[in-house]
Design a binder for this molecule. Structure first.
Ligand code: ZN
Length: 180
């Protein structure tokens, strides 16, 4: 759970980061940046600020801002009916982005959030600089983390059904609850 103040401050900060990365967004878009704490109540450590530009039944585009060392928890995009699951392309725009996929454990520059060792199983590290990109196949576990200056990245994908994403940490609740 986040307080209204925490939520609003994170949203404003994310809008500043997105604009500083050279991405033009409207005022209306700045207001609807989603602050996701994944129900963990420790936004500074685990969370993400997400602006969905558009999302249809077939395609979606988002920009994500991560605060310094903030971690997007490990998750994967499962099959939904006839859809094999969301295929996602990530493009780093600003700052260092540490990205993790299954494979040989090469985790070195990033870190697993304290006390969460069991919930971050993908440990193959890819250090992404602005202009770097990669794709994540449906059903593949992944998580990512900003470097010390924060990070801004694009996520382009097939149909996004965020509410159906699966997370390794059983404490995750996808919808952010804001206490007014
Ligand atoms: Zn994902």
């Amino acid at each position: 759970m986040l307080s209204r103040k925490e939520y609003d401050e994170a949203r404003v900060r994310a809008a500043v980061m997105i604009r500083a990365a050279g991405i033009r967004i409207t005022e209306e878009e700045a207001r609807r940046i989603e602050v996701a704490d994944f129900g963990l109540g420790r936004l500074r450590f685990e969370g993400a600020q997400i602006l969905t530009f558009f999302g249809t039944e077939r395609v979606s585009a988002k920009v994500i801002a991560l605060f310094p060392d903030q971690t997007m928890p490990e998750h994967w995009h499962p099959r939904v009916g006839d859809d094999p699951g969301k295929e996602e392309a990530i493009r780093a725009i600003h700052g260092v982005l540490r990205f993790y996929l299954p494979g040989p454990d090469t985790l070195a520059r990033g870190f697993v959030p304290a006390g969460k060792e069991g919930y971050y199983t993908a440990r193959h590290e890819r250090i992404m600089m602005p202009g770097d990109q990669l794709t994540v196949e449906p059903g593949t576990k992944h998580w990512f983390q900003a470097g010390p200056e924060g990070a801004v990245l694009y996520s382009f994908s097939t149909c996004a059904r965020d509410i159906l994403d699966l997370f390794s940490d059983p404490a995750v609740v996808r919808m952010t609850v804001v206490a007014d």
